[in-house]
Design a protein around this ligand. Structure first.
Ligand SMILES: *Cc1c(COP(=O)(O)O)cnc(C)c1O
Length: 341
């Protein structure tokens, strides 16, 4: 495996040093995760999308994670993490990470508590409860919810699960990219939405191992650019977190995932929330695909890079489909139609 950078705290900020860090995820770990998942999930479809080719100028393969039982790719990570754990879990999540853990905890007979900041998306709260998770509402931002989740875990002897800095989650979501690059080994680019960065880190690790000519490009919301700015600056930074795109609403770069992204990503683009909403609408109208905002960010990134990726074979990952009715209302709002046409 590629040698990775090591991160150290210096005066309250984290700076990259020239050391190496093995995050414990390699192709073997991803293959092991794939073996775990065969008992619980089916491979998801990946289809060519000729109507999107016309709009983007690229040759698109859409990978459909919105059809997962929890509606998002994160379920792969949760199952992999819980499969070897044997204890209860507590975490904080805007939704999909929580659903992933809830789904997996139910499969493995563990108690699962998810702390959400208020106001919480009611669609996601209902889904969490339906999978048997206990929902704890605390604080007004992810940082506060996360601190509370940590405290609950410490108090009760449960495992706190970080939303991204977890090798078992990265190995689990790596199965998505193993499936995609095994089925479509000639992809030249992969566009991956980035929040905490576990999905993108997994994409980098798997692409480097099985499709070294395939370049991975990260896409993040310009109004929550912490991972992007951490990647560009080579140090972990905090940034304002103002995006309305739930799965991408993160305010800090994370050590484990940035360590992988640093050498693994070919490029990293920022898109506005409006560009993401337009891409969601395009997925509905041109690919009969219901994506939540984060699930459409890859396509928004492709549109932003249209001239550079013209004629290229591009994997566009629809990471999830958990859009609330209010979100869909925004997407269908006439103001976006002009941007798509
Ligand atoms: C969490 C999430 C992302 C971002 O993934 P990270 O691994 O946190 O970078 C993208 N899309 C959806 C649908 C998500 O739930």
């Amino acid at each position: 495996m590629k040698q990775l950078e090591k991160w150290h705290w210096i005066d309250g900020t984290i700076a990259a040093t020239l050391g190496t860090m093995d995050i414990g995820v390699d192709l073997a770990a991803v293959r092991n995760a794939a073996a775990v998942l065969t008992d619980h999930l089916q491979p998801t479809p990946a289809w060519a999308a000729p109507a999107l080719d016309e709009v983007t100028g690229a040759r698109v393969v859409l990978k459909h994670e919105e059809v997962q039982p929890t509606g998002a790719f994160k379920v792969r990570g949760g199952l992999n993490l819980l499969s070897g754990l044997g204890c209860d879990v507590v975490s904080a999540s805007t939704g999909n990470h929580g659903q992933s853990l809830a789904f997996a905890a139910r499969r493995f007979g563990a108690r699962c508590r998810i702390v959400l900041p208020e106001p919480a998306n009611p669609t996601k709260v209902r889904a969490l409860r339906a999978w048997g998770a206990e929902v704890v509402l605390h604080g007004t931002c992810m940082e506060q919810a996360g601190a509370h989740a940590r405290a609950l875990a410490a108090r009760d002897g449960a495992r706190f699960v970080h939303p991204a800095d977890e090798p078992a989650l990265i190995a689990g979501v790596g199965t998505l990219y193993l499936e995609l690059l095994t089925a479509s080994p000639d992809l030249e680019y992969l566009l991956v939405p980035v929040g905490g960065g576990s999905g993108a880190a997994a994409a980098c690790l798997v692409a480097a191992a099985v499709a070294p000519n395939c370049r991975v490009i990260g896409v993040q919301a310009s109004s929550s650019p912490a991972a992007h700015d951490s990647w560009r600056s080579g140090s972990l930074v905090e940034r304002p977190n103002r995006t309305t795109i739930e799965g991408l609403a993160i305010g800090a770069g994370y050590a484990t995932t940035q360590a992988v992204l640093r050498g693994g990503l070919d490029d990293f683009v920022l898109v506005s929330d409006e560009q993401v909403r337009a891409a969601q609408l395009l997925l509905l109208t041109h690919a009969h695909t219901l994506a939540e905002g984060a699930g459409a960010a890859s396509l928004a990134g492709l549109l932003a890079l249209r001239s550079r990726l013209a004629g290229r074979r591009v994997g566009v990952v629809v990471t999830g489909g958990n859009a609330s009715p209010a979100e869909l209302g925004t997407v269908l709002d006439a103001t976006h139609h002009a941007e798509v046409a």
